[in-house]
Design a protein around this ligand. Sequence first.
Ligand code: SF4
Length: 240
Amino acid sequence: MEISIDLAFIRGILKQEAERARDEIRNQGMLRAHENSQGRHDAVIASAPDVDSLACRAGCTWCCYFSVDVRAVEVFGILDFIDREFTDVQRGRVYAEIRANSSALRGLDEMERMHRNVKCPFLDEGRCTIYAVRPQTCRNYHATNAAGCQQSFEEPDNLEIDPEFAPYVYQAGGAHVDAFSNAMQEAGYDSCVYELNVALDAALSEPAARERFHSKLPPFTKLVGTDAPAQFDDLLEPEG
Ligand code: SF4
């Protein structure tokens, strides 16, 4: 689906989020800054002019079987949430699913992963059990017709499906993520993208990963991330 890009709209979100993110990363630390940014991310999407056209509803879970990209900062936020909120039984079940998914997906490239449906370990009885800290990829879903999501689920080998989506929600979410990632990168933190299950598995098996992240080193010794696919980054003004 072709869309018209609204430069003023995108630039407004980039500027606003970049300034807040830079300031908070400097003064509050990376994890807290990210937590704050997640709240703004939801607010920016909720105020997009076409938000009411979204088909995304509680209980609709087609996209929770698709490959999810995350950054390391999101992985540590999710693990902290699990530590705080999950029972031992829930934790054990989720960790087992993460490990099983990770061994199925590790070594596949992005295209190969797109052809696979894998249930997200956090999907339980039709709901997201980490909703407050769900990844940016999940926050950015912008479908206006769930039939397209269902078709992608039913035909994972068909990459020609072109779902209908809300252009302003897409631009708002993309610009917000680009601005925060750019601020994180400027501050020297790892901003690479990893597959959700593989990165969680790596973080669970490498306790030093968090410390390496905070020391601005690549967090996972056995995982190579890919550069973040910025959508609107080139529209962002440098800090000055
Ligand atoms: S984290 Fe939540 S919203 Fe995202 S794929 Fe998993 S269950 Fe779905």
